[in-house]
Design a binder for this molecule. Structure first.
Ligand code: DHB
Ligand code: FE
Length: 279
């Protein structure tokens, strides 16, 4: 059967993608960040997942404000790269897994998580920057990708508890797929950041550290964090962190933290990264 073997939490700051695409990754500002992801690249090259479920948020690129689905699962064959204003990022097209995605939708809906089915969708930096950070700059992405887009851009975002439970249902759904597949799930966005208004540039390393500790040691503490607390403590865009709880919920009870990295700044964000293996 298919199994989720590990979870990856990582920020998806668009400036990171721009640094790679414009040949700036070796510059003094960026080098420490990319060096921090080197162990992660080695880890994923050794782990060799067949499928990555990437939990991310669309930033008004695939969906505009006409339709804002809370949880949307990408069921297409492939997902073209969105043009976010500077042309699409020069990265490979993202190949999906429609049969498995359809199975996930069925299992999740029967489990009472009403997923929006998306049969055509472009993907933005929220999904492509994590792929770049982990896989580098290959000719083709080395695994198939099932995008799970979560609304965190228009109030109300789903609660952390709801996200964690969705993760648990995803684990069950994956284990119901009768094919030997190694699946890694990504939770993306965060960590602390505020990109607009008088508090622009706010970061909160203490909040971020406590969140990372909770992911590996006590996720039940994290699911009790009310949405407003992310905004107040860690900036408006820190609400993206609820997506990491989908990832954590999909790993089962016991995990081992095998890597962690934290870095400020990347553009105006705190960059956090964690790898948790299922035990
Ligand atoms: C920015 C945008 C993001 O989506 C994000 O997660 C972090 C930073 C930005 O525009 O800088
Ligand atoms: Fe974002």
């Amino acid at each position: 059967m298919a199994r989720i073997v590990a979870g990856v939490g990582t920020s998806h700051t668009p400036a990171i993608g721009a640094a790679v695409d414009n040949g700036k990754a070796g510059q003094p500002y960026w080098l420490p960040l990319f060096e921090g992801y080197e162990p992660a690249k080695r880890w994923i090259a050794e782990t060799k997942p067949d499928v990555a479920i990437v939990v991310y948020n669309d930033h008004v690129n695939a969906f505009d404000f006409k339709i804002v689905p809370t949880f949307a699962l990408g069921c297409a064959d492939e997902f073209p790269i969105a043009d976010e204003g500077w042309g699409p990022r020069p990265v490979p097209v993202v190949k999906g897994y429609p049969e498995l995605a359809a199975h996930l939708v069925q299992s999740l809906v029967l489990d009472e998580f009403d997923m929006t089915i998306v049969n055509e969708m472009q993907v933005d930096h929220g999904l492509t920057v994590p792929l770049t950070l982990l896989f580098g700059t290959p000719q083709a992405w080395p695994c198939r990708v099932i995008p799970l887009a979560v609304n965190v851009v228009q109030y109300p975002a789903p609660t952390g508890r709801r996200c964690y439970r969705l993760g648990q249902a995803i684990r069950k759904a994956v284990e119901g797929w009768d094919e030997d597949l190694k699946v890694v799930i990504f939770g993306t966005g965060g960590m602390s950041h505020q990109i607009q208004g008088p508090r622009a540039g706010l970061t909160n390393p203490a909040f971020d550290k406590t969140f990372l500790d909770g992911l590996s040691q006590d996720p039940q503490r994290l699911v009790r964090i009310p949405p407003i607390e992310y905004l107040r403590e860690a900036g408006a865009e820190a609400i993206e962190l609820v997506m990491w709880l989908i990832m954590r919920g999909a790993l089962g009870e016991k995990v081992e933290e095998v890597y962690r990295f934290y870095h400020i700044p990347a553009s105006s964000t705190a960059v956090g990264h964690i790898i948790l293996e299922c035990r």
